[in-house]
Write a protein that binds this ligand. Sequence first.
Ligand code: GLT
Ligand code: MN
Ligand code: MN
Length: 386
Amino acid sequence: MYQPRPEHKFTFGLWTVGNIGRDPFGEAVRERLEPDYVVYRLAELGAYGVNLHDEDLIPRGTPPAEREAILRRFKKALQDTGLKVPMVTANLFSDPAFKDGALTSPDPWVRAYALKKSLETLDLGAELGAQIYVVWPGREGAEVDATGKAPRVWAWFREALDFMAEYAEEQGYNYRFALEPKPNEPRGDIYLPTVGSMLALIGTLKHPHRFGLNPEFAHETMAGLNFVHAVAQALEMGKLFHIDLNDQRMSRFDQDLRFGSENLKAAFFLVDLLEASGYDGPRHFDAHALRTEDEAGVWAFARGCMRTYLILKEKAQAFRADPEVKALLEAYYQADPEPLALLGAYSREKAQRLKQLELPEACRSRGYALEQLDQLAVEHLLGVRG
Ligand code: GLT
Ligand code: MN
Ligand code: MN
């Protein structure tokens, strides 16, 4: 029961299960896991794929011969297990050069270097079969506004994205670019803080169809926003290219907790939304085991993320199939043809008729039965129904 299988499309990053538990106050608590070892373990657990930053696989400064050896071992592990690499991304945050931004650094040398690193990561990903390229602008932010940088960064960021898309096109790579917003951390304020701001940016790019979102549960939650609503908007706009699943307490540092471990109800409605939407991309867990854990805890964490997702999927299906829920929803969405005929696309005639409209008094006194509906959701979650 609840056994993950590749067709569920669960993925983890090398940096997630490989997280060594460093935090701003404390040193590493776990050993680095070799990338090929991670592949074998994830495959055993039933995952579909493994994602990576350039530097997760090939640490900065690796000599060419060693690079080839790492790649050979990694590809062999992929071949042995059938695990995929659906997504890659460049690490544009660790190098000290990126301390005041990478693609939006005030130093054009740094901007050029960040772009070079991105192009090389596009090459690496193409070699591994990746089709999603994530851009997470974690260092594209500020603590100090005296620079007047805020109005300038958009052009730099936009140019860099256009450049990457055109490079990928020219190379014949089949990438879709997934932009990942976050309100803060590591910068005091990141310039593209929310799903809404990222969606707005996409409309200003040269090749908007190549760009979509990689929203993360923890990031919208840090901003006090409703992740389910953010994902729904991205889906409705055809822009959900990838998703980072994890959990988070509001008003805290970026916790990247095990999926479903904190906001169970939001996780439930997220799975409900995703599964009903036809989204067929990876379900990526961008989370890591608690710093208290040893390696056994890491694999328990990974199993837990997938298991919780599958349990919630079953619960969501039972909730939607519940006759009481169905009856409440039928009453909720009124389908009276009279007002419906006045809505939709504009016409002069409709406008005239709308001006004559008298709202039935019942619309003011009606109840929406949301207490009943929500209680049913809670009871499904608590396991006493369905
Ligand atoms: C980093 C960040 C994540 C991003 C990753 C992609 S790296 O761990 O916290 O949210 O998805 O660069
Ligand atoms: Mn995060
Ligand atoms: Mn993420």
